[in-house]
Write a new protein. Structure first.
Length: 316
């Protein structure tokens, strides 16, 4: 079984930046990209705050550039879903065994960059109507709602960015938010309030999603008055936050109460040889630019860890 210097799990901005740095340092690098969970960046419709691209670009374009750059320096890629990480002895060296669906891979160090996935509302009707009007990705599904009436649940940056994107397709977009004001950046709020296709329902939550073969309506409740009413729509896009993709490592390293990896400023986790970067890590700001910074630091920390192993120095 081949032994890689670094195995990076996750092919978003953090993981790809780490791959650029490790492979450029001539470390044998393998990047594992999930088969079932798409990265958040790659499905982002319009990125306008990434330095160096004043005209903006979409997430797929940016991630494609990252991949080509990592490949240029020798990074190798594999598609698969990691099931387990465990420590293993290999010729008196502690290494990490990564178990995929039908194979195992060995690495002297691991960089976790799995990112996060959208939270669900966990209300009646949601699960049954996924793909039948319920969506968590505007870029993926907006075209199915041309000239339709749709709802967007949430009030943060992602919700408002996607609401603005959806106006290119839908006749009307109604943002439903549990508070009486948005949490999104001011520039996004200004655009949303100025868009004639966007309306708002404040202080309200979704109690259930109704429909058989497709969505027909939402059952809403006002959180201040407890009044309930029905809102007719053809689709609903849910953007109420994210959950980290850390299920397979919850018994391996230390996580916080929300499942995010606890890592220090050097991206080191509770286990020597395992580093974490990007949205999977407990941190203040989850943006592409901060993910890239995390990835670079994690790569350098992994290189230093491997150097200490080679020289027989205490692990860091």
């Amino acid at each position: 079984m081949d032994l890689y210097d670094v195995i990076i799990i996750g092919a978003g901005p953090a993981g790809l930046t780490a791959a650029i740095y490790t492979s450029r340092s001539r470390l044998k690098t393998l990047l594992i990209e999930s088969f079932t969970v798409p990265g958040q960046a790659v499905v982002t419709s319009d990125i306008e705050n990434y330095p160096g691209f004043p005209e903006g670009l979409n997430g797929f374009e940016l991630i494609d550039k990252f991949k080509k750059q990592a490949g240029k320096f020798g990074a190798m890629f594999k598609v698969g879903d990691v099931k387990e990480i465990k420590k293993r002895k290999l010729e008196d060296e502690d290494v990490w065994e990564i178990n995929l669906n039908e194979e195992s891979i060995l690495g002297s160090s691991v960089i976790l960059a799995m990112g996060a996935h959208p939270k669900k509302l966990d209300v009646p009707g949601e699960e049954a109507l996924i793909g039948k009007g319920v969506s968590y990705c505007a870029v993926c599904d907006a075209a199915f709602f041309k000239n339709k009436k749709i709802a967007v649940i949430g009030g943060g940056n992602t919700a408002i960015e996607e609401a603005l994107f959806l106006t290119k397709f839908a006749d009307k977009v109604t943002v439903i938010h549990r508070r009486n004001k948005l949490r999104a950046a001011e520039i996004l709020q200004e655009r949303a309030f100025a868009d004639k296709k966007i309306e708002f329902i404040w202080d309200s939550i979704v109690e259930s999603i109704q429909g058989q073969e497709k969505i027909g309506s939402l059952r809403l409740k006002n959180v201040k008055t407890n009044e309930e009413n029905t809102f007719d729509c053809d689709g609903v896009f849910v953007f109420v936050g994210y959950e980290p993709n850390t299920g397979f490592i919850k018994d391996t390293i230390r996580l916080d109460e929300n499942g995010y990896v606890i890592a220090d400023e050097n991206m080191s986790t509770s286990k020597p040889g395992i580093f974490a970067c990007g949205d999977v890590r407990k941190k203040l700001l989850r943006q592409i630019v901060t993910a890239c910074g995390d990835g670079a630091i994690a790569a350098v920390s992994a290189r230093m860890y491997l150097q200490h192993l080679k020289e027989g120095l205490p692990k860091k």
